[in-house]
Design a protein around this ligand. Sequence first.
Ligand SMILES: NC(=O)c1ccc[n+]([C@@H]2O[C@H](COP(=O)([O-])OP(=O)(O)OC[C@H]3O[C@@H](n4cnc5c(N)ncnc54)[C@H](O)[C@@H]3O)[C@@H](O)[C@H]2O)c1
Ligand SMILES: [Zn+2]
Length: 340
Amino acid sequence: MKNLKIKFSSASVSFILDGKFASIDKFADKANAIYITDDHVYALHEKKFKGKKTIVIPAGEEHKQQSTVDFIIEALLNFGATRSSILVGVGGGVVTDMVGYVGGIYMRGVAVGFVPTTILAMVDASIGGKNGIDVGVYKNMVGLIRQPSFLLYDVEFLTTLPQHQWENGFAEIIKHAAIKDAKMMAELNAHDLAYYQKNTKALKALIEKNVQIKVKVVQKDEFEKGDRKLLNFGHTLGHAIENEHALLHGHAISIGMVYAAKISQVLQGFKDTGLLVDTLKKYGLPTTMHFDIEHTMEVMQKDKKKSAAGMQYVLLNKIGKAVYETVPMKSLQKLIKLYS
Ligand SMILES: NC(=O)c1ccc[n+]([C@@H]2O[C@H](COP(=O)([O-])OP(=O)(O)OC[C@H]3O[C@@H](n4cnc5c(N)ncnc54)[C@H](O)[C@@H]3O)[C@@H](O)[C@H]2O)c1
Ligand SMILES: [Zn+2]
């Protein structure tokens, strides 16, 4: 077991990499711990929760809403949760985002721990202290930035993860490689998804590398003034087509990354679109799609990254080196058209 203490400006967080859920009492003492998970994870891993105070919420982004927060708070009151309680979120990003938020507001704040059970939550969503809920169709509109006390990684949970959720998580892993780590991109390109699904040792090492990347970016910029924005690579166009076409997040940002790479060819002299596309394909990710450009531009304009001068776009200078540039809307539309 590897226990890394990571210092963020607001708190210090234990990362228990290569952990075992069976030993969680060491990190969340039994008397005070209350577990919160979703009904998919609970159904598949029920035995693990035996003897634990557990709140089960309905799975899915559509439940990342205030009504579920109210449900959790009521259940906490029924369990007699106090300020000394520790809430342990076991699940994907929906669970960790919501548990982080409830932990921040229940009795003005109680301790929180996470056991991420999707690749996406392991390498992205559960790291960095951002949490919250959607308001109707508006994503992540309410929430706070507050770090958990610990994160425990147990890859055994991944044995039940559906294939498309693996693809979803690997889209963020490839994103990390694109913006921060050329060596990791080469490694990813040399293998494929099946390799990591079969090879637990390689998977654990890859997850750990991605934890380090996300941690480093957040440490530098916990409150999203600069570097943290680079994590939005592929997400500007990605979000727009994700909502319009009901795509899986990872599939949408995969296409978003390909466009961002092509735009980077023109604006940054980027030369490795081929490598990025080839790598995405190895992880079952789509790299092209037909969409209505005018309409997508309109959706993008509503995005919070737009300023008067244009859209703040994350581009690649080379693999491993991302920059952001304000691109006027007109040029952006031209470039997207050019590559469609
Ligand atoms: N806070 C952040 O910085 C941050 C960053 C990225 C994403 N997010 C948020 O994360 C959420 C997406 O996370 P996600 O992709 O993990 O979604 P999710 O929590 O909805 O999980 C995806 C699906 O997998 C199921 N699942 C989870 N673990 C499983 C397992 N081990 N076996 C079988 N099924 C399992 C879930 O029940 C769900 O159906 C979004 O709400 C997004 O806004 C937050
Ligand atoms: Zn994402």
